[in-house]
Design a protein around this ligand. Structure first.
Ligand code: ADP
Ligand code: MG
Length: 317
């Protein structure tokens, strides 16, 4: 099977909303009149972002999920994406599973595959997503204000717990291992929540590199500080069963969570709770934004908690 047969078999489908899809030199997108185009790219490299043992279907899901998560963090509605793929060889079992997982998530979000590039090389997946957002309504990292509440969606830390289990650092019973592995391999992008937070959240980011590191981006961009109440951090029962140090490490600095971390004025608290309920996504208040710069951690008794967690950095670790 050659390059073009491969594209035709696994990555070409009838066009729906785009003006032109796979097959020409460019795809043509048709955003709704007056909307801004939001775009973002994320690359997944074997050994760096995923383990070679991951099922192809889950890999296809995750490759798009991490990109949709960026649209969610901006409050943008997904429109389309492109897929640049390097494959060591044509492995039809891999391609069938990968495209199934990828396109199932794409369909669930009405996000069309409109083009890409395919080449031979070490397994590498780069997706670029396009979404739309009304001018002035995108959720940015720069809008947090002193006095705002700090929230996170879902739970954090399971992906890191799974990674520690894969590395042999933690022993998890079989079903706990499968659950945390799902969290790592099948993250759920919070697209609906992102849309519901337009006009409500003052700032937002998705948690990809660890909660504290990603919060640091909001604080720097917004010129504010924060206190995080570490004992309020929402985590799964599997993570809750771990010793405190590991629990905090995974929750605060784990990464790969793809939850939304966002701020909102205290006056919006009831509307934030209502938006979360409507989306069926739990949202937890985990701290507050303060005028004094820096990131502080406190426990349930208001005592300071020391920390040295940094954000994940590909060139420092
Ligand atoms: P070009 O030579 O003009 O760069 P290609 O020969 O690389 O075009 O690709 C042919 C068509 O197939 C283009 O429309 C391109 O967008 C599409 N395409 C290539 N790889 C993929 C892929 N992995 N997924 C979706 N579309 C793809
Ligand atoms: Mg090309």
């Amino acid at each position: 099977m050659g390059e073009f047969d491969l594209i035709a078999a696994y990555f070409t489908r009838p066009v729906r909303q785009a003006a032109l899809g796979v097959g020409d030199d460019c795809a043509l997108l048709a955003p709704s009149p007056g909307m801004q185009l939001a775009t973002s790219s994320d690359m997944l490299v074997e050994g760096r972002h995923f383990l070679s043992t991951v099922q192809p279907e889950r890999l296809g899901h995750k490759a798009l999920a991490v990109n949709l998560s960026d649209l969610a963090a901006c409050g943008a509605r997904p429109l389309a994406f492109t897929l640049a793929l390097a494959l060591p060889r044509v492995d039809e079992a891999f391609l069938a599973g990968f495209s199934r997982g990828l396109l199932a998530l794409a369909d669930a979000h009405d996000c069309e595959l409109v083009g890409g590039d395919t080449t031979q090389g070490p397994l590498n997946i780069c997706i670029t997503v396009f979404g739309e957002v009304p001018p002035g309504q995108a959720l940015l990292r720069s809008g947090a204000r002193a006095g705002d509440d700090l929230y996170v969606s879902g739970t954090v830390g399971d992906a890191r717990l799974a990674l520690e289990a894969f590395r042999g650092q933690v022993a998890l019973p079989g079903d706990a291992f499968e659950r945390t592995r799902r969290a790592m391999e099948l993250p759920v992008p919070r697209v609906t929540l992102g849309l519901a937070l337009r006009g409500l959240a003052s700032s937002a980011i998705d948690v990809s590199d660890g909660l504290l590191g990603d919060l640091g981006h909001i604080l720097r961009r917004s010129g504010v500080g924060a206190t995080v109440e570490v004992d309020t951090l929402p985590c799964s029962a599997d993570l809750a069963a771990q010793p405190e140090a590991l629990r905090r490490e995974c929750g605060l600095a784990g990464g790969d969570d793809y939850e939304l971390l966002f701020t909102a004025p205290q006056t919006a608290a009831a509307r934030v709770a209502a938006a979360a309920r409507e989306c069926g996504v739990p949202v937890t208040r985990i701290g507050r934004i303060e005028a004094s710069p820096g990131l502080r951690l406190g426990d349930a008794h208001g005592r300071p908690v020391a920390h040295t967690f940094g954000a994940f950095d590909h060139f420092k670790t």
